[in-house]
Design a protein around this ligand. Structure first.
Ligand SMILES: [Zn+2]
Length: 377
């Protein structure tokens, strides 16, 4: 390899004069072959040998930058390696950001037969591309030392992704379950999340393109819900029926019944478990509303009352535990208490009532029974 380099160096240094010499010799050969031009046979043979080695055709790989020949190498890998090195050097020289660096130039590595002095090794190739070790030259030279028309240009592709928040909104509902001027935050909203990916392109360290490649909402924002009290406001209840407070069966409907030896008006509906015990099961608010009572109340035991507006309230009693407080805003289906046996009872159950303008009425027509699993009377 070393002798090959020395030979190459020799060829490069002497190529111009050898070329003239060879041309002269060829002319002499053509014009004055019979007379041998005054050279001895051995001199002619020597010249032909130098000429032959100078113009020896060797298999290799030519490296072309933007169509211009730079140098040849006997290894395509050496050319690629040099290009990779120069790309890193350029990234440093231009202060390019982190990313995928490559040359913007048209780079071609063409396998073929090249002349001996076209060849250079990886280190020399780096030098031709401008990397002088301690300094950088922006002019690319070919293997014969002549500058080529193109200069190297570094392209950096950078992908940046980020989650950006999507602000949540606020829904305001009016209700006469609250006094005028009173507001309750029923549900705190949550911001959504948008995932975005940008493809940035830098040329020689300068941002030239910023493309939004992908934008996906990974979490939808959830609006907060605010209730605003108003005497003339629309009711929270509207005309819709209320959901069942408990997924069980009715053990006693509204009406007259005899209990503890006395005939009384049973002023609500009793619910118990579908399959056995219901103690500790969740009791759900039958509609949106504001908690107006959440405490012990004589025979009712632990009792919760929810005002739904329009003069309608719901009542839940004999609870083992209350999970809301007076003033709380609750949404339909929210757990407000646990079934128990507090107050005047014969066993664990939920006594559910509906009050219209403060009077306990038959809750049956107010409830939506479509999901009821027992036998509806
Ligand atoms: Zn009851």
């Amino acid at each position: 390899m070393e002798s090959f380099r020395v030979l190459n160096l020799f060829r490069k240094m002497f190529r111009p004069c050898m070329g003239i010499l060879a041309a002269v010799c060829m002319a002499v050969t053509v014009v004055a072959t019979p007379a041998n031009c005054g050279y001895t046979a051995s001199q002619t043979a020597q010249m032909q040998s130098v000429q032959a080695s100078l113009y020896a055709k060797t298999e290799g790989y030519g490296f072309y930058l933007d169509g211009e020949f730079v140098a040849a190498s006997d290894s395509a890998e050496d050319i690629r390696s040099a290009l990779q090195s120069i790309t890193s050097v350029l990234a440093e020289v231009y202060g390019a950001p982190e990313g995928e660096h490559s040359l913007q130039n048209d780079v071609a590595i063409i396998e073929g037969v090249y002349e001996g002095d076209d060849f250079s090794d990886e280190k020399e190739l780096l030098s031709l591309l401008g990397d002088k070790g301690s300094s950088f030259d922006f002019t690319v030279k070919n293997v014969y030392g002549a500058p080529i028309n193109s200069s190297l240009s570094l392209i950096t592709k950078q992908y940046v992704s980020a989650d950006t928040p999507i602000a949540h909104g606020e829904v305001v509902q009016t209700t006469d379950a609250l006094a005028v001027g009173e507001t309750v935050l029923v549900k705190e909203g949550t911001d959504g999340v948008r995932f975005e990916r940008y493809a940035n392109t830098y040329i020689n360290g300068v941002l030239t393109e910023n493309v939004l490649e992908c934008s996906v909402v990974t979490a939808e924002p959830v609006d907060s819900l605010l209730w605003q009290g108003t005497e003339q406001g629309a009711s929270l209840m509207c005309a819709e029926k209320m959901m069942l407070p408990y997924d069980g069966i009715v053990t006693s409907w509204y009406g007259y019944r005899t209990l503890f030896g006395r005939t009384d008006l049973h002023n609500g509906i009793d619910f118990a478990g579908l399959n056995g015990s219901c103690y500790g099961d969740d009791i759900h608010a039958v509609a949106d509303g504001i908690v107006t009572y959440a405490d012990w109340h004589g025979n009712y035991g632990l009792k919760v009352v929810i005002d739904h507006g329009n003069g309608i309230s719901s009542l839940y009693s004999h609870c083992s535990k209350i999970t809301v407080s007076v003033g709380d805003a609750v949404l339909a289906g929210e757990t407000v208490a646990k079934i128990g046996n507090t107050g005047r009872v014969t066993g664990s159950h939920l006594h559910f009532g509906v009050l219209v303008n403060g009077v306990e009425c038959n809750p049956e027509p107010y409830l939506d029974w479509t999901s009821y699993k027992g036998i509806h009377k």
